[in-house]
Design a binder for this molecule. Structure first.
Ligand code: TYD
Length: 213
């Protein structure tokens, strides 16, 4: 495949997205391709500053956090900066972009988890990022037990403002992700992430082989 593609990795906390993003980037680079790895929220200095507002909280707000609409706007604003300054320019020069979380996280967390409508999230994405969608979204799915085990190992200093929400919130997020994948099978590849990283990576490579030339 000569031309660059935009690949997003999605899933709940502890699914192993970051590891898979790294393994995929290495595999593509080994084929001589230019690969840009990035993440959301973040990826540019402006979006990383918004990330801190979203995930670390704001001093003096009494721990209350953002209301669900403000939260969705901040994610859309961070994404807008990321798309305009990093993702679009990289795709325009023919690079591959591998993004750890993207729009479907807003649909699942601020929509499924937070109660915003999917139409409102799409409107924000239209305003912020001209509705840019990945060529393929890899949904890494793990059982709640596997996710819990991985998070216990990773988050020894506690989770962030969103990761730390209750189990019911995360169950709505997981349900939303699987509903999106079921509704748009051409845009999503569902990958079993319960095995070891190499087994999951093999599933990712299989899914990529299905991309049109
Ligand atoms: P991060 O530590 O990067 O993700 P992970 O837990 O997958 O390693 O934290 C990002 C958090 O932000 C995560 O809890 C999901 C959340 N999020 C949203 O709620 N909406 C979004 O649009 C995005 C991109 C992330």
């Amino acid at each position: 495949m000569k031309q660059g593609r935009f690949i997003a990795l999605e899933g709940g906390e502890g699914a192993g997205k970051s590891t898979q993003a790294r393994l995929l980037a290495e595999a593509l680079r080994a084929r001589g391709l230019e690969v840009v790895t990035t993440r959301e929220p973040g990826g540019t200095p402006g979006a990383e500053a918004v990330r801190a507002l979203l995930l670390d909280g704001v001093e003096g707000d009494g721990g209350e956090g953002w209301n669900p609409r403000a939260e969705a706007l901040l994610f859309a604003a961070a994404r807008s900066d990321h798309v305009h300054r990093l993702i679009r320019p990289a795709l325009a020069r023919g690079a591959w972009v591998i993004c750890d979380r993207y729009l479907d996280s807003s649909r699942a967390y601020q929509g499924g988890g937070g109660g915003l409508s999917d139409a409102d999230i799409a409107t924000l994405h239209g305003i912020g990022s001209d509705g840019l969608l990945p060529d393929l979204t890899l949904l890494i799915e793990v059982s709640p037990q596997v996710a819990m085990e991985r998070l216990t190992l990773r988050d020894t200093h506690g989770s962030d403002r969103i990761g730390g929400r209750d189990a019911a919130y995360h169950a709505r997020v997981a349900q939303a992700f699987s509903a999106f994948a079921a509704a748009e099978p051409a845009r999503f590849a569902r990958i079993d992430g319960n095995g070891d990283p190499q087994a999951t990576h093999a599933g990712v490579l299989d899914a990529l082989a299905g991309l049109p030339e």
